[in-house]
Ligand binder design. Structure first.
Ligand code: BGC
Length: 751
């Protein structure tokens, strides 16, 4: 018997027949009729659990009050409650002690795994491997659902062009096309084909919208973007998420055009719920409803509640605004009860779809919890994902892969032995120090002599509140022992970069160089031995221009999660041939940021007349250090024979583009073949390049494969400033290659 059935029988208002009806809408209708205004508001109220703070909590949110509200049925959801025992405890109160017994939906930030961690999302995106990414979210859902969680606040699908913003680590990088496909893959991984299955969880497309454009990369800052950027860059991944049936959308902390998104009817009602027909619910970000007061958009909590609910924010995350204000607003006739009904319907629908009304404890199974957490298959999967996420940025004279025998290797850098930092940011449920370090990974290869010296600490401890690291900017006392080890080594492997908690929420930086004394360490070691393989650990693009100019081999290893060390060692020793490609441009210096490949041409793109009046810097080239889509392999690929099935096409006809890709090296390898277009003249100016297709192909040494792409009406158009998708006739260019900067080129015309 379902809980609702019990509740309704007690109330005797509806015949039991209704509950045999499989139609969720009628079940919701029936339930809604039984609810008081306070109970409806309760469904729209989400409380943080009793630990794991992921934001600042207001005073008054005491545990006692939360328990009291649970009993009254005034809580629809909790976040940061985890573990079968804890989830069962709060669910039991909601289901067994509240009047209607409506189950809670339990949310958690499962960002890149639950306990067994996969690479940070930006790293996974570097794989361009949609199947692997879907699988990674699947594993995360299996682990998270086994501890009682049934809703993740992921994927984050904000486009990120500004490496100063710490949250680029959580996203898929700078490109809306790649970002849309990755969004779909992640949602599919979390939600599966059947949301009511016990190992699938509801996903959240966040943060809607524009949060990645925080001015100057400063967290929680204002956003000021034009209509064209909103429609062509920011919104497409969200549209893709809605098309992929994402169950919830989280709004963002920022304002757009002077209106905090939480209070924006244009974004939430007109676009999301109107035009896109989204029928899930919108969760606010942590206290973002209340924060409209600080923004100066609402004069008090009551006004904030009115603005947010009218604008379409359905659930208030740890903001205490809906629970304290909404009921009175309805009673005073300031807002219509219909608004509550709409929000509650959406929330209940997701709960029904999750099967929580059939069995509110369905995610609470101690046996499954024990079996699933840290399952060996999950370790295999995250290792596979980690290897696929690594990007080989530079490899002069084939310094890599390392030989397996007879080399003297000096491994240097505090991050090389760190078992915590590689877990990355947003890893609330994982245990500290559970990553395989690079040192451990390399020690598994026994044929070489390996000496380890840390050289210098990266961090010198953490501050108390939610993992903030203090960077070592002074202590060089261990430089000398690293230099000595490097002197007598054949190859030096240096693992340098950011600590895992230097990126993520509230970790904006104004400097994109190696933090602390690491650059000095690199240069000091280089003086005695230039045969260096630099392994970068970072949650954002870094400006490592000196390293690029001097260091022969550079490997981008991000923060790769639990299996970091094994993945890095297998790539360094050539047991895995890297194939990752950058999902975000690496700048030469922070002054170039925001920098991205799909920029606009400007009116003065070139130095044609030899004068100074063109769009450039006087102290840096315009080009990036490493472009979007860049990544090498231990083999080489040659592109030739770019062909189209015509040169003039009618709008509406498909265009076929083919290219031959030859593996011209002596190893089998994988290549991400990328296709870009340029619409030369538009009523709204178009970028110099736009990714519109890619294919991850495996090609045996010496073989050639012909890769074919189709361009159609879904890829050739763009959004005008009214937000309408249009295709305009005219000349186009098509580019195909192994990076956004190295491509073959052809032309065609749309008639
Ligand atoms: C973040 C969200 C997150 C929420 C709950 C907020 O501070 O912006 O992305 O899901 O906290 O932890």
């Amino acid at each position: 018997m379902t809980i609702v059935a019990m509740a309704c029988k007690n109330n005797n208002e509806i015949s039991a027949e209704n509950y045999k009806d499989d139609n969720i809408t009628s079940k919701i209708d029936s339930l809604l009729k039984l609810m008081t205004i306070e109970e409806k508001v309760g469904q729209m109220n989400q409380y943080n659990g009793f630990w794991d703070l992921t934001g600042p909590s207001p005073k008054g949110g005491t545990a006692a009050k939360k328990y009291e509200h649970l009993r009254k049925g005034w809580v629809g959801s909790m976040l940061n409650v985890r573990g079968v025992e804890q989830v069962r405890a709060v669910q039991k109160i909601a289901v067994e002690e509240s009047r209607l017994g409506i189950p809670l939906i339990i949310g958690f930030d499962v960002i890149h795994g639950y306990k067994t961690l996969s690479p940070i999302p930006l790293a996974e995106s570097a794989s361009w491997d949609l199947e692997a990414i879907e699988q990674s979210s699947r594993i995360a859902a299996i682990e998270a659902s086994s501890v009682g969680i049934n809703w993740t606040f992921a994927p984050m699908i904000d486009i990120g062009r500004d490496a100063r913003w710490g949250r680029v680590m959580e996203g898929a990088g700078e490109d809306p096309y790649l970002g849309s496909l990755i969004a779909k893959a992640r949602i599919k991984g979390f939600q599966g084909d059947d949301l009511s299955s016990v190992n699938t969880i509801a996903a959240t497309a966040k943060h809607f919208a524009g949060y990645g454009f925080s001015e100057a990369g400063r967290e929680y800052n204002t956003v000021d973007i034009g209509t064209s950027t909103l429609h062509n860059v920011v919104l497409p991944p969200f549209k893709a998420a809605v098309d992929a049936d994402v169950k919830t959308v989280m709004n963002s902390f920022n304002e757009i055009n002077g209106v905090p998104v939480t209070g924006s009817p244009y974004l939430q009602r007109d676009i999301l719920k109107g035009e896109w027909n989204f029928n899930g619910f919108v969760i606010s970000d942590w206290a973002s409803i209340r924060e409209m007061i600080s923004w100066g958009h609402a004069k008090n909590k009551s006004e904030a509640a009115k603005i947010a609910v009218t604008a379409g924010s359905d659930m208030d995350m740890e903001g205490y605004v809906y629970i304290e204000e909404l009921a009175q607003l309805v009673k005073d006739d300031v807002i219509k009860e219909d608004l509550l009904d709409d929000a509650v319907r959406r929330i209940l629908r997701v709960k029904f779809e999750l099967g929580l009304f059939d069995d509110p404890y369905r995610y609470c199974d101690e046996v499954r919890e024990k079996e699933m957490i840290g399952h060996p298959k999950h370790h295999e999967a995250v290792l596979d994902m980690a290897k696929k996420s690594i990007v080989l940025l530079k490899n002069e004279n084939n310094l890599l892969p390392l030989k397996k025998e007879g080399q003297k290797i000096a491994l240097i850098g505090a991050l090389a032995s760190d078992k915590n930092s590689p877990l990355g940011s947003w890893r609330l449920a994982s245990d500290d120090n559970t990553a395989v370090s690079v040192l451990e990974g390399m020690q598994a290869y026994k044929g070489n002599s390996l000496v380890y010296k840390k050289g210098a600490d990266v961090s010198v401890g953490k501050t108390a509140f939610v993992e903030e690291v203090r960077i070592n900017t002074t202590d060089k006392s261990e430089f000398q022992s690293a230099i000595t080890a490097a002197k007598s080594a054949d190859v030096v492997v240096m693992v340098l970069g950011e600590h895992g908690f230097q990126s993520g929420e509230a970790r904006s930086r104004t400097n994109l160089q190696l933090p602390g004394v690491q650059q000095e360490l690199l240069e000091a070691v280089y003086k005695v031995n230039s045969n260096i393989v630099l392994v970068l650990n970072n949650g954002r693009p870094l400006a490592v221009s000196w390293a690029d100019a001097h260091i022969p081999a550079i490997v981008e290893a991000w923060q790769l999660g639990t299996q970091t060390g094994n993945a890095v060692a297998q790539v360094l020793y050539g047991d895995y041939n890297p194939s990752g490609k950058l999902p975000m441009t690496f700048p030469r210096g922070v002054g170039q940021v925001p920098i991205y490949y799909n920029y606009k041409n400007t009116g003065r793109p070139k130095n044609v007349e030899g004068n100074v009046f063109w769009s450039h810097y006087i102290d840096s080239e315009n080009t990036p250090l490493y472009p979007f889509g860049h990544g090498l392999s231990y083999t080489t690929f040659e592109y030739s024979n770019l062909k189209l099935n015509g040169s003039i096409f009618n709008i509406g006809n498909d265009i076929t583009v083919s290219v031959d890709v030859k593996n011209s090296g002596d190893r089998d390898g994988k290549e991400v073949v990328q296709l870009y277009i340029r619409d030369l003249v538009g009523s709204v100016t178009r970028p110099v390049k736009e990714l519109k297709g890619f294919d991850l192909v495996e090609i045996k040494a010496g073989d050639t494969k012909t890769i074919t792409f189709t361009l159609d009406k879904t890829t050739l158009g763009f959004y005008n400033n009214q937000g309408e998708y249009i295709i305009e006739p005219g000349e186009f260019k098509v580019f195909v290659g192994g990076s956004s900067a190295q491509t073959l080129e052809a032309d065609f015309e749309l008639d």
